[in-house]
Design a protein around this ligand. Structure first.
Ligand SMILES: [Cu+2]
Length: 223
């Protein structure tokens, strides 16, 4: 365990140090994993606490398709810490940046207005129910909200109809947004058996995935 952690900082970049801290932090929680599951379940996934992987792949992305959201679901309860900083959505140039984010249930989002123009942030859930609607003071106004429930949330500014963003909240502790070419990377994944779920708009497909190598590529047979 410790040896793996020491491998990272070799290149001595900031990013590697951060990854290392994360890796170590999550590893330290390794013993917390799967307290509730039976011995038999642990037998089925004996490697859950024995390694960390980078899971990557590419979904087939057609022009005009919404960006894919990739998550790994497990039957086990995985104690994976939340990021220390909230994920940010900025309002600038009469647009939200980024315009799509994928987060875990319970994760915090920081909304910011970086420009000299008044905006608001109006968030509705997939049933059209308003979650909150707040004015955003110019040049640095912020608002923070924790999204506790999984689902898709529409973000709007009522002052500017062209401003729209989407927040996808997943129950999975491992959730990422694929890039515009469909490629994705999920870092610091505990070894074990998962279902890799690809969501694109209302479409959803699921693929079994055994994560047992430090670098695990998801190969999609068909999609
Ligand atoms: Cu606006």
């Amino acid at each position: 365990m410790y040896r793996r952690c020491l491998l990272f900082p070799l290149k001595a970049t900031m990013a590697h140090c951060i990854v290392c801290v994360f890796t170590f932090g999550i590893m330290a929680c390794g013993n917390e994993i799967d307290k509730s599951s039976s011995h038999q379940e642990q037998e089925k996934t004996p490697s859950f606490s024995s390694g960390m992987a980078e899971v990557f792949g590419a979904t087939s992305q057609k022009p005009g398709d919404p960006q894919a959201i990739i998550s790994l679901s497990s039957e086990l309860t995985l104690e994976v810490p939340f990021p220390q900083e909230p994920i940010e959505i900025d309002q600038y140039g009469r647009a939200f940046f980024p315009s799509v984010i994928a987060i875990r249930a319970g994760q915090e989002v920081l909304f910011r207005n970086s420009e000299d123009e008044l905006h608001n942030v109006n968030v509705k859930d997939q049933n059209g129910e308003t979650i909150f609607n707040v004015g955003m003071p110019i040049l640095g106004g912020t608002f923070q909200h924790t999204f506790e429930r999984a689902g898709s949330y529409a973000v709007a500014c009522n002052v500017h109809q062209e401003m729209a963003a989407t927040i996808v909240v997943s129950d999975s502790v491992y959730t990422v947004l694929a890039d515009r070419d469909g490629r994705f990377v999920i870092h610091d994944v505990l070894y074990g058996r998962y279902n890799l779920v690809v969501r694109r708009g209302n479409e959803r497909s699921s693929f079994p995935l055994d994560v047992k190598n430090a670098s695990t590529e998801m190969v999609f047979d068909e999609e």
